[in-house]
Design a binder for this molecule. Structure first.
Ligand SMILES: Cc1ncc(COP(=O)(O)O)c(C=O)c1O
Length: 414
């Protein structure tokens, strides 16, 4: 019997429903670029989160639009946490400002009030508070700190969108909320991003940028829509064979799958051009947003299972993870994390998610131009070396979680 892969990146949202929807859209080229889905997605976002939404092709562009609306420019500083994705400091650099990396709490992988406070200067314009993997950051404390210093608070919700069951503090305190609809995020439109703005004047400014943004080409959207089928019918079936790597390499070389990060982005640059969210991606994200509670409940079930299993078996877990959290992934600290991932890969368990061994992720980023000074955030540096995350995504089954937990337990105790 062929064992289905356990993975983070082979189309984590792509089940038969998602595949069917993407395939149907791919046969309707007149719906690729423009249509009604963007407006419907905005209406749905307003039901879930406060503020006025604007849509772009990615979370990084949504963040860049916010920094531009705030008139962030050379001479300004924006505080961001160590242990983040390269696109976040890239957006800050693209605005002309300098990212200042604040250390994290080892138990939440998020900023703390104290670490941010030590980084505030006269030049600080904003704090970007990330809810890493869906673990809530201390937004209430950060809100009062930002108010005290007259600084803008941006909540980066790329990894989590709360529903009626919480997490209650996420999305309540930021002046702006950044969302991502990337392929492995809280919900997926294959690509996409949004900003929710609380201040009507700012919302109007960002709406102007959205209006002036460029349309994606139809063939770019066509390529995006092929991603679910390629993951479902090529990558996953080949994952247990030696063909996986050459096939993925070939797909990347021939641009058969759009890269999550470009070479230029890994070198620290970001295009200042803003793109509109394609209608087809909005339609996929809308379908997922309407099922948010179901998706989050699935994540809660898997998170709670790992939490229970880990407690029973004495795993070294993060104290910041609480039952009932819809985590994007379940992080653990283990010795020799890299080696354990390599062992598991041979068993068709693919746990490399790009968030390992790097303070600015992924590991292949050129750190020389990130404005990160080695030794600055010791907790983030230590954490990223030992981190090993387990999948909780919509296509990870409870049966797979049980198999993975047993295997992890054996590896941890070896
Ligand atoms: C913490 C965080 N913020 C923002 C983003 C940007 O999202 P997107 O990929 O949609 O640009 C990412 C994406 O990787 C992320 O991990």
């Amino acid at each position: 019997m062929r064992i289905r892969p356990i993975h983070h990146t082979f189309g984590p949202h792509v089940d038969w429903r998602y595949l069917w929807k993407a395939t149907a859209l791919s046969y309707a080229p007149w719906r690729y670029v423009a249509g009604t889905a963007c407006n419907e997605l905005k209406q749905e976002l307003k039901k879930v989160l406060p503020g006025e939404p604007a849509l772009f092709t990615s979370g990084r562009q949504a963040l860049f639009a916010v920094l531009r609306a705030l008139d962030v420019r050379p001479g300004h500083e924006v505080i961001v946490q160590g242990y983040t994705c390269v696109v976040v400091p890239n957006a800050i650099h693209a605005s002309g400002a300098v990212p200042v990396f604040a250390d994290i709490d080892r138990d939440t992988l998020n900023l703390t009030k104290e670490s941010v406070e030590t980084c505030i200067t006269q030049r600080t314009k904003a704090v970007i508070c990330q809810h890493t993997f869906g673990i809530p950051a201390p937004v209430k404390e950060l809100r009062s700190l930002c108010d005290k210093h007259g600084i803008v608070l941006i909540e980066d919700m790329a990894h989590v969108i709360p529903d009626h069951s919480g997490p209650g503090t996420i999305g309540k305190y930021g002046d702006f909320l950044i969302l991502s609809f990337g392929r492995d995020k809280a919900i997926s439109g294959i690509e996409g991003g949004a900003v929710m703005s609380r201040d009507p004047a700012m919302a109007q400014k960002i709406a102007g940028m959205e209006e002036a943004a460029i349309h994606r080409q139809w063939w770019e959207v066509a390529r995006l829509l092929e991603y679910p089928a390629r993951m479902y019918s090529i990558v996953r079936p080949l994952s247990c064979t030696g063909l996986l790597r050459p096939v993925l390499w070939t797909m990347r070389q021939f641009r058969l799958i759009a890269p999550v990060l470009t070479k230029e982005e890994k070198e620290g640059s970001m295009s200042p051009l803003l793109y509109k969210l394609p209608n087809a991606c909005a339609a996929l994200a809308l379908g997922e947003l309407k099922r948010l509670e179901t998706i989050n409940n699935h994540r809660r079930t898997i998170t709670d299972f790992f939490l229970r299993y880990g407690k029973e078996h004495g795993w070294p877990m993060l104290q910041g993870i609480t039952p009932g959290s819809p985590l994007q992934k379940f992080p653990l600290f283990v010795k020799d994390a890299q080696r354990k991932r390599a062992i598991l890969r041979k068993e068709n368990i693919h746990l490399n998610d790009g968030w390992t061994s790097c303070v600015v992720c992924p590991e292949t980023v050129n750190m020389d131009i990130m404005d990160y000074h080695w030794g600055k955030d010791p907790t983030a540096e230590a954490a990223c070396e030992q981190i090993l995350s387990l999948p909780t995504h919509p296509t990870m089954t409870v049966f797979q979680a049980e198999r993975l937990a047993r295997r992890m337990d054996a590896l941890i105790k070896k």
